[in-house]
Design a protein around this ligand. Structure first.
Ligand SMILES: NC(=O)c1ccc[n+]([C@@H]2O[C@H](COP(=O)([O-])OP(=O)(O)OC[C@H]3O[C@@H](n4cnc5c(N)ncnc54)[C@H](O)[C@@H]3O)[C@@H](O)[C@H]2O)c1
Length: 353
């Protein structure tokens, strides 16, 4: 079995669902259930004995030691993180605690566990750390895309904390020999995405008749990857990645934010037209840019394609259509997240636990 951390969040939950749908191997899912963790994401696994959910912190060493001893995973996949750049600007402390100190504790627990494994299990063990393209900093319009050798130049408290965790993972390999893999992925989008991030926020606000706030001139460029493609890339790296290596994961879809928002509006115009016949694009408003906002990220994902034969299955057109349709089909999920009802449910679920 494998231990997944942060598996109630956006990418982690998609990963757990895909993992259990595509193979028989069990998952222990350790998640603190911060505001971003939502057990409803895993509703379909409630009676699936292969999924064991544990509410807890990756910074809790005693809990980590207990889980590792009890479940004896063959791999750890670390998604757990504070992940929202805006929140990191307003309150960086949690980002340092979870992304840096938490990763450190997880590495130390993994090291102790791994060192005591019998030789064959020791040789097969993997620690896969999920990171972001934001660690590389920002690009000028004509710069080549980030390769794995690009300098690490994080610009926000979020990306700095992720870069710090990437360095720790690298050092635990070089110093202690821990069999690690690191992935640096571009912006994800898809089902179960918390509506504080660009794409789900635009869909949800558009349908609610609210304004669609665009930072600055809307010309910040990101590479976008459908979340299930990210999950398949992680599975592939876990299976065949070279130890100690970093793999960039991207969708070959560089687009300015304003184009993303216009695409979302056009899809909604088609799939759920406004009663007054006007386009949702009329709801777009421009707001003051956030401080230190990186202008462009672009991922060169040729290494994972060359070495591991991985390529994304979705184009942006197919992925964004699926995403918009998912939000239209799942209004209860959106409502629970917006009203915070998912948190009450968690409180009830764990009352007296
Ligand atoms: N979303 C993206 O576009 C993107 C792109 C590249 C990489 N990443 C990375 O992928 C990972 C997952 O991102 P996401 O978008 O799913 O984030 P998310 O914020 O949706 O989910 C994070 C999950 O981690 C949990 N968590 C937070 N602190 C924890 C702690 N101390 N202990 C245990 N669990 C904790 C939360 O409860 C939540 O379920 C992160 O490491 C992020 O840096 C995200």
């Amino acid at each position: 079995m494998i231990l997944v951390t942060g598996g109630a969040g956006f990418i982690g939950a998609n990963f757990v669902l895909d993992w259990l749908a595509s193979q028989g191997e069990a998952v222990v899912n350790l998640d603190k259930l911060t505001y971003a963790g939502n057990l409803h994401n895993l509703d379909s696994l409630r009676s699936d004995a292969r999924h064991v959910f544990v509410q807890g912190d990756i910074g809790d060493r005693a809990l980590l030691d207990r889980l590792l001893a009890e479940h004896r995973p063959r791999a750890i996949v670390n998604f757990a993180a504070e992940s929202h750049v805006d929140r990191s600007i307003h309150g960086p402390e949690d980002f340092i605690q979870t992304n840096v100190v938490g990763t450190f504790r997880l590495l130390e627990a993994a090291r102790q566990y791994w060192q005591a494994l019998p030789a064959t299990e020791k040789g097969a063990f993997r620690f896969l750390h999920v990171s972001t393209d934001e660690v590389y900093g920002t690009l000028a319009p004509t710069d080549p895309a980030f390769t794995e050798d690009h300098r690490v130049e994080p610009n926000s408290p979020y990306s700095a904390s992720k870069a710090a965790s990437d360095h720790l993972v690298r050092a635990w390999h070089h110093t202690y020999g821990l069999p690690v893999l690191t992935t640096n992925c571009s912006n994800n989008y898809g089902p179960l995405h918390f509506p504080e991030k660009l794409i789900p926020l635009m869909i949800v606000n558009a349908l609610a008749g609210k304004s669609l706030p665009i930072y600055g001139d809307g010309m910040q460029i990101r590479d976008w990857l459908y979340v299930r493609d990210h999950c398949s890339a992680i599975r592939r790296v876990l299976e065949a990645g070279r130890l100690g290596e970093t793999y960039n994961i991207g969708g070959w879809n560089e687009k300015p934010n304003i184009e993303i928002v216009n695409t979302v509006c056009a899809l909604l115009d088609e799939l759920r037209p406004r009663a007054d016949g006007q386009s949702y694009a009329t709801q777009i408003t421009y707001v003051t840019d956030r401080p230190g906002h990186d202008r462009r990220y672009a991922i060169d994902a040729r290494k994972i394609e060359r070495e591991l034969g991985w390529k994304p299955a979705e184009t942006f057109d197919t992925g964004i259509r699926k995403t918009v349709q998912w939000y239209l089909d799942n209004p209860e999920w959106v409502q629970q997240v917006q009203t915070g009802a998912y948190r009450d449910w968690v409180a009830k679920q764990y009352a007296g636990a």
